[in-house]
Structures are given as structure tokens and as C-alpha cells.
Design a protein around this ligand. Structure first.
Ligand code: UDX
Length: 453
């Protein structure tokens, strides 16, 4: 009888946050389909467990940590990641050592960690396992992080707070990013962000970097990155177009699809601000008022905990219900990819997280960009100025501005042009993941590289 060669096992370490878990699980499914066995090492916090059989072949293990649940909310991602890395450094080493002791014929051949879970690198290095960085954000943000130190040394990051003039200037070498588009965080001091970024771009003892992007979106940033880093870079995305995997941490309210079924083609604007955004009551009211007076139908995801001081929507004045009850439909969490693919959806109001950005382009839906922090600002600028499938709304949010932006996108020629460009880009993305496409080829090379380890 022919003996099948043992499969190689890959250990994946996702960040415990929705935007990162989704793309890591898509990567896991992709690698599994290429013949690798999969182990997922997760923290207790935001532990992902799928109710479906989709991940039945995967092994899930826990990295012990004792961070209070409230830390994520209180510290916001930047500071939380620093704390999480400190907390998991030793426990991950123990966890990996246990896994290595237990392994039989399927040997762990490599550790792939989310760029923000850099604690994994030291442990893997100690056990002489190759390391691969997975960037769940885009190549341009990675490039920005590699030059942060230099920009800071030239003292051009710190004055952002005080000098209004400077923030609108273009950053040399990072066209079309302005200083205010750089991936700084409003929730963490600059020195902490610098510390975090230093770790994420440290490629010592790293074999390669894979990025959830594609060359038709970011060819110059990818070339720049390849020049800067002396290891192979593999753009293999958009992964949601390569492997489908149900990865929602929250229950999706599917009733919105029935509501969408009753609406006309391209008539609905979908409003969704990802899993981390936090809004003030007055901002929510300005948005509601602007959406109401735009006369467009809208589907709005208001995630529990996304309005400061409120469990869900109870802190909002009564006027809110009147504004949304006519043409609006509100849910706590939606099947976003299905919503964006629905013919009734003609526009997307987004915080421009990288997954949402890829999903909007992947469905040919133009975007109103309202970024909150970090990479979202980079993505918004690219949607607006490079891919030209988005309109960025800047400054304080006011109802008039919301109404104008919604009308620009949903009614008239400008929106129509953006929609056409978005559909064109969607075809390019599809081509890049198909046989012979750039991401498809890159994935093939990465798989060969993994098999050579
Ligand atoms: C975070 C960061 O904020 C983002 O900037 C970074 O690029 C990735 O990590 P998040 O804010 O959650 O992510 O945004 P995003 O990257 O867009 O991911 C959100 C995911 O949740 C998307 O895949 C989206 O489809 C999904 N989602 C969102 C739903 O399934 N339903 C919803 O109702 C809302």
C-alpha cells in the first residue's frame, strides 16, 4: 500500500480582534486547501470558535493570559497590543513547547503570526522554527511603519498635534499621503505607537512576509517594500476572494437581507464602521440627520458598545428613532460581505478598515470614507485619490456634510463614475486571484517556499 507523505503543520497566531481573525482564518483555509495541516493558537480574549464544520480539521489551542476583558476597550488596540505581547511572551513559549512535545508525524514546520503578535517570533526562533509575518493590513501601511522612525527623527510626526498647516502637506516619498493620513493613533501616544511599529517591521529572524493585498492595488508600495526588506514578500490577497470562511464573532442579523430584497437596485447606502469604532452621541445624531435628509434608504450597523456611554442605542435621544424609522434599517451586526454583494446596495459609508476596503472593492461598491485611526486613514486616502472609488469626509461631522456626501455618492454623475471605476477594479481583483493572476502566482510561490522549509 502506498504510504502518503506526512502533511506539514503550520501554526498560526491571530490577533484577537475581528478584522484580524477574519483574514487569518481565510489564510488558514487557503493553506489547508494547499495540503497543510493547521493549528490556531489563540488568546482567551475574543476566542474564535466556529459553530459550523468549516474548521473541523483544524486544531485550536489556547495561549494562557490573564488580561481583564475591559483592557481591550479601555486601552484601545495600540496600547492593548503592547500589553498583550508582554503578557504572552512566556506563555506562548510554554504553549509551543507543549505542542512540539505532543506532535507525532505531522511536524510543525513554520509559525505564521499576525504582525501585531510579534511575541511569537522569539519563541519560534528559540525552537528553531521558521517565522513568517502575516500583514492583515496593506502594503502601504507597512511602508509607512518602516519610515516612522525616520519621520520621527526628523521631527515631523510630533508637531501634527499643534500645526494645522503641516498636516495637509504631502509626505515626501509617500505620495499621495499627507501627514494627517499617516497611521498614527488618536488613542495612543506617539512614542507607544513608535514602539509598537518598531516591533511589527522587525524582520530579524523572519523568513518572509505575506500581505493580504494584491499588486493591482498597491504595486508601487509593494516594490518599495521589496526593496527595503531583504526577504521575500508575497501579496496573496484579497483572501476573502480566495477562501470563504465564516469568521464572525457576533451573530449576524440576516433579516437585513430580506429588507434589502425589497429595495431598488443601487438605492441603499450601507453604513458600517467595523468592529472597533467608537462614536460620540452627537456624531451619531449628525449622521442620522444627514442620512434622513439625503432621502436615500440606508442599512446601518450599530454594534453594541460602539456609542460611548451606551450598551447599544439607549443613550440616543428619541429623535433618532424618528430619523431612522422611515428609510432606515438598523441592525447590531450584519452579514457584511453578503450585504455588499446585494444589488440593492449602491454605496458604503465605511471607517475604511482594510477588510471593509477590500470587500467594498471586491463587490464594486463605492465608499464614503470616514476613517477613525491608524491604517484606516491610509486606506481612505487611497480610496479617494488613488483608486478613486471613494469620497473622504473630513473634519467635524455635520449633518449638512453627511447629506451632501451621501447625495454625491448615491445620486448623479460623480457617484456613477465612481461606481464604474469600482466595478472595473472588482474585475481586476477577481483576475488577480484566478489561475495565472498575480496573487494566485504569489500564493503558489509562497506555498513552494513553505514546502522548502
Ligand atoms: C481592524 C482595524 O480597525 C482595521 O483598520 C484594520 O485594517 C483591521 O483590523 P475593523 O475595524 O474591525 O478592523 O475593520 P475591518 O478591517 O473592516 O474588519 C471588519 C470585518 O468585520 C469585515 O470583514 C466585515 O465584513 C466584518 N463585519 C463588519 C461584519 O461581518 N458585519 C458587520 O456588521 C460589520
Amino acid at each position: 500500500m502506498e504510504v502518503k507523505p506526512a502533511r506539514r503543520r503550520v501554526l498560526l497566531v491571530p490577533v484577537p480582534a475581528q478584522g484580524h481573525i477574519s483574514s487569518m482564518m481565510q489564510l488558514a483555509k487557503t493553506l489547508h486547501s494547499k495540503g497543510f495541516s493547521i493549528t490556531i493558537a489563540q488568546t482567551k480574549f475574543n476566542y474564535f470558535s466556529s459553530p459550523s464544520d468549516d474548521f473541523a480539521d483544524f486544531q485550536f489551542v489556547t495561549i494562557p493570559e490573564s488580561l481583564p476583558e475591559t483592557d481591550f476597550e479601555n486601552l484601545r488596540p495600540g496600547l492593548f497590543f503592547l500589553k498583550l505581547n508582554k503578557e504572552c511572551r512566556v506563555s506562548f513559549k510554554d504553549c509551543l513547547s507543549q505542542l512540539l512535545l505532543q506532535q507525532s508525524n505531522e511536524k510543525i514546520s513554520c509559525v505564521i503570526y499576525d504582525e501585531f503578535m510579534y511575541f511569537a517570533k522569539a519563541a519560534a526562533k528559540e525552537f528553531k522554527l521558521p517565522n513568517v509575518i502575516f500583514s492583515t493590513m496593506n502594503a502601504t501601511t507597512f511602508v509607512c511603519r518602516t519610515v516612522f522612525e525616520k519621520l520621527n527623527a526628523n521631527n515631523v510626526l510630533a508637531p501634527l498635534k499643534d500645526s494645522k498647516g503641516k498636516e495637509n502637506e504631502l509626505v515626501p516619498g509617500l505620495h499621495p499621503l499627507r501627514y494627517k493620513d499617516l497611521p498614527t493613533s488618536k488613542f495612543a501616544p506617539l512614542e507607544k505607537i513608535l514602539k509598537l511599529y518598531r516591533h511589527t517591521v522587525d524582520i530579524q529572524a523572519v523568513s518572509s512576509v505575506i500581505i493580504n493585498t494584491t499588486s493591482c492595488l498597491e504595486s508601487s508600495s509593494l516594490s518599495c517594500l521589496q526593496q527595503q526588506l531583504d526577504i521575500p514578500i508575497y501579496p496573496i490577497g484579497p483572501l476573502h476572494m480566495v477562501a470563504s470562511a465564516p469568521t464572525s464573532l457576533l451573530e449576524e442579523n440576516k433579516s437585513c437581507i430580506e429588507w434589502l430584497n425589497k429595495q431598488k437596485r443601487d438605492s441603499v447606502i450601507f453604513v458600517s464602521l467595523g468592529s472597533l469604532a467608537l462614536m460620540e452621541t452627537n456624531e451619531v445624531m449628525e449622521m442620522a440627520s444627514g442620512l434622513d435628509s439625503s432621502n436615500q434608504h440606508f442599512l446601518w450597523v450599530i454594534k453594541p458598545g460602539s456609542i460611548r456611554g451606551s450598551e447599544w442605542m439607549e443613550s440616543l435621544p428619541e429623535e433618532f428613532s424618528r430619523m431612522v424609522s422611515g428609510r432606515g434599517y438598523v441592525v447590531k451586526w450584519a452579514p457584511q460581505k453578503e450585504v455588499l454583494a446585494h444589488p440593492a446596495v449602491g454605496g458604503f459609508w465605511s471607517h475604511c478598515g482594510w477588510n471593509s476596503t477590500l470587500e467594498s472593492i471586491g463587490e464594486g461598491v463605492p465608499v464614503i470614507c470616514r476613517p477613525f485611526s491608524t491604517d484606516q486613514k491610509v486606506n481612505a486616502r487611497y480610496l479617494d485619490c488613488v483608486w478613486r472609488t471613494g469620497i473622504q469626509v473630513e473634519g467635524e461631522l455635520d449633518r449638512g456634510e453627511v447629506e451632501r456626501a451621501v447625495k454625491r455618492l448615491m445620486v448623479g454623475e460623480e457617484g456613477e463614475e465612481m461606481r464604474k471605476r469600482a466595478v472595473c477594479l472588482k474585475e481586476k481583483l477577481r483576475a488577480s486571484v484566478r489561475d495565472g493572476g498575480s496573487s494566485h502566482n504569489s500564493l503558489h510561490k509562497f506555498v513552494q517556499f513553505m514546502k522548502s522549509l
